[in-house]
Ligand binder design. Structure first.
Ligand code: FPP
Length: 254
């Protein structure tokens, strides 16, 4: 099934977030249109999400469409949205059967109506599922999310802001129901976060794969997880201190 040892399984991340990059380059290298890459990318979404839950990782978040992706040609954007709609409609039955809850982060108002409806409909239908958590970042940008959080805090707060700490502030972020990502994977060899979960990534481990997203299959995913399980997460402490401290009690790691 996979070559994760019992020790690896004990050290798996609780939340994996993925920047799925390289669909366009993957298609171009085959002399195909970009949407061919995205279509194969969606097939890989299915493979990776299935594997995530199969090995017991409860949270996965996928960067499916950034605010900057809005600048792409109309045809590519609407093609991507159709693929998203198709995926959600096709997968609903499996999600209900397996206990997968869908969430979205990002400004859904910026999506075409048919795609927004498919997303909100799936969120509504799966909201009672509690076992596994799939979050799609759609029309998402971390800076926009932070600004929005500051605005809602300012509207609610009537004091000096002295009471504000990370715990209260993070409750204004769109990720308020999710633990911070432990591992962020980016495909296609780029070493950037590209406006993805900037604050939530404070202590995340980052893994960059040279593979384009449609080629980053289940085996490559397992290799990334194995790599993660061998890292020492220090959260600013020394190795000796860590030996006597549980990571749960470290700042910002609630
Ligand atoms: C990056 O490749 C990929 C995207 C911008 C879109 C990712 C979206 C999907 C895989 C489908 C979303 C659907 C679901 C079901 C979550 P790129 O186009 O930037 O590739 P390039 O950098 O090589 O041009």
């Amino acid at each position: 099934m996979h070559d994760l040892t019992p020790e690896d399984l004990e050290r798996l991340p609780r939340h994996v977030a993925i920047i799925m990059d390289g669909n366009g380059r993957w298609a171009r290298s085959r002399g195909k249109p970009r949407l061919f890459g995205h279509r194969n990318g969606v097939e890989n979404v299915k493979a990776i999400v299935d594997k995530t839950f199969e090995i017991g990782i409860p949270y996965i978040t996928l960067y499916a469409f950034s605010t900057e992706n809005q600048n792409r040609p109309g045809e590519e954007k609407s093609g991507l949205m159709r693929l998203l709609e198709e995926f959600l409609k096709r997968e609903l039955k499996n999600m209900m059967g397996d206990g997968v809850r869908l969430r979205a982060i990002g400004d859904l108002n910026g999506l075409p109506e048919f795609a927004r409806n498919a997303v909100t409909d799936t969120i509504e239908k799966t909201k009672g599922n509690e076992k596994w958590n799939l979050t799609l970042a759609l029309n998402y940008g971390s800076r926009q999310e932070i600004l929005q959080a500051v605005q809602s805090y300012a509207r609610k707060a009537n004091g000096s802001g002295e009471d504000l700490n990370w715990e209260t502030f993070s409750s204004y972020l769109q990720t308020k129901d999710l633990p911070d990502p432990d591992l962020i994977i980016r495909t296609s060899g780029e070493f950037r976060l590209s406006n993805f979960l900037l604050l939530q990534a404070a202590y995340a481990e980052i893994f960059v794969s040279p593979l384009h997203w449609p080629d980053f299959g289940q085996d490559a995913f397992i290799d990334a997880l194995k790599n993660y399980t061998h890292r020492e997460r220090r959260f600013g402490k020394t190795g000796d201190q860590l030996a006597t401290t549980s990571t749960k009690s470290l700042p910002g790691n609630s």
